[in-house]
Ligand binder design. Structure first.
Ligand code: HSE
Length: 397
């Protein structure tokens, strides 16, 4: 029998306890024996929960108990959770987590400690919720040079954008719905302003290109600046507005990693990823283009990935060494402002001014007295230097 401690009994932690209990027989068959929750760490008590007897408030009880072989960290954030995960690894326990903030901030260090201690540190649930994406990157695509990875990485903002596009719904009302369904972060600014997608693209970039990417070095824009005019212009261009995290290798071998809303052709697979669903596209030089799709947020989809990591950690003690990357190298990080791509621009300039500033650009007509423009490939630096007065700009995928 393997004993597990769950840190944090919120949405994900309670989902992990539920899946481990409900699917106990199937899990035992796959893990080669029973997997039992010995402790649940939380500052609160849960007198009405069937797991109330397992609740402890002192992490050192778990840290010093040699019977606990696997710790499932579901607290979130990069302070207390980071301290407990570090100490669990140093105590020789496997750690699995859904915590993208901690992995994006401290992944290199935690993976190094796990390697030193010959235990596994696994975090499949940190990106894409229930979608398997980290193992495919680390294992199934290991024969490829990856040139690009991008995706809809935040379920809450995709849910909001979908409702705004399809139903003309009000931003605040849809955000409240997403919160009620357990999709949103504790502080929804992390969803709508882009940090959550940023943390996820940092993890995907690290696995794809082998170097840690610190979130503070990544250009990040969320959806709070998206207007109904942007959505109307996208429709005129036969495109959709989607928030994407993207990491792309440029000709000089550097990787540009960023988060921004994009205009995406309506015919592209990624444009059809709606509601809380996430979609991730990977381009490899042997495999070509592949896409992963599924529920990117929510209690049970996330718990599904956490519990699978628990089983994998048990079955492959000290063997998941392919899930690893080196520390960041600023010299390998490309400049977002120098990346060549097409742009949608919203402006109050006259046609003649647009033609003079952006020769060859395509006009999308007018919405509410503003003109929409699609440029050819150019860097943001060049766009800014064009001198055109812009009320909004969005890259085109
Ligand atoms: N708030 C996140 C989302 C949860 O909406 O995608 C999953 O990481």
């Amino acid at each position: 029998m393997v004993q597990v401690a769950i840190l944090g009994f919120g949405t994900v932690g309670s989902g992990v306890a539920e899946v481990l209990t409900q699917n106990a027989d199937a899990i035992a068959r796959k893990a080669g024996g029973d997997v039992r929750v010995k402790y649940i760490l939380d500052t609160r008590d849960f007198p009405d929960s069937p797991f109330s007897d397992l609740v402890v408030h002192d992490f050192s009880v778990i840290e010093s108990d040699p019977e606990v072989q696997v710790v499932a960290e579901c607290i979130g954030g990069a302070t207390v959770a980071y301290d407990f995960v570090r100490r669990s690894l140093l105590a020789g326990k496997h750690v699995v987590t859904s915590n993208k903030e901690m992995v994006a901030a401290h992944g290199y260090e935690l993976l190094s400690i796990a390697r030193e201690k010959n235990v596994n540190f696994l975090f499949e649930a940190s990106v894409g919720g229930g979608i398997p994406i980290l193992r495919p990157l680390a294992v199934c695509f290991s024969a490829n040079e990856i040139s690009e990875i991008y995706g809809i990485l935040n379920g809450t903002t995709n849910y909001i954008l979908t409702k705004m596009i399809n139903e003309g719904a009000d931003f605040d009302e849809v955000l409240r719905e997403a919160q009620a369904k357990g999709y949103a972060e504790a502080n929804p600014a992390a969803d709508v302003e882009g940090p959550d997608a940023c943390r996820k693209i940092c993890i995907l970039s690290a696995l794809s290109f082998g170097r840690h990417v610190y979130p503070e070095s990544v250009h990040t824009e969320g959806i709070t600046g998206i207007t109904t005019q942007d959505i109307a212009f996208a429709e005129k261009a036969n495109m959709k507005v989607k928030l994407l995290g993207r990491a792309v290798k440029t000709d000089d071998g550097k990787v540009v990693c960023y988060v921004s809303p994009h205009f995406v052709p309506a015919s592209a697979q990624i444009a059809r990823v709606d509601d809380v669903f996430n979609g991730i596209v990977v381009r490899g030089n042997a495999v070509g283009e592949t896409m992963f799709y599924g529920r990117g947020a929510g209690k049970l989809p996330t718990a599904s990935a956490v519990v699978a990591d628990i089983i994998d950690a048990i079955n492959h003690a000290g063997q998941r060494k392919n899930i690893f990357w080196e520390d960041a190298d600023p010299a390998m990080q490309g400049d977002y402002q120098a990346l060549e791509q097409c742009w949608f621009v919203r402006t109050d300039a006259k046609e003649a001014e647009i033609a003079a500033s952006l020769p060859g650009a395509k006009l999308l007509g007018e919405v509410d007295g503003q003109v929409g423009v699609l440029t050819g490939p150019m860097s943001l630096n060049a766009l800014l230097e064009s001198g055109l007065h812009m009320m909004g700009r969005i890259p085109v995928l």
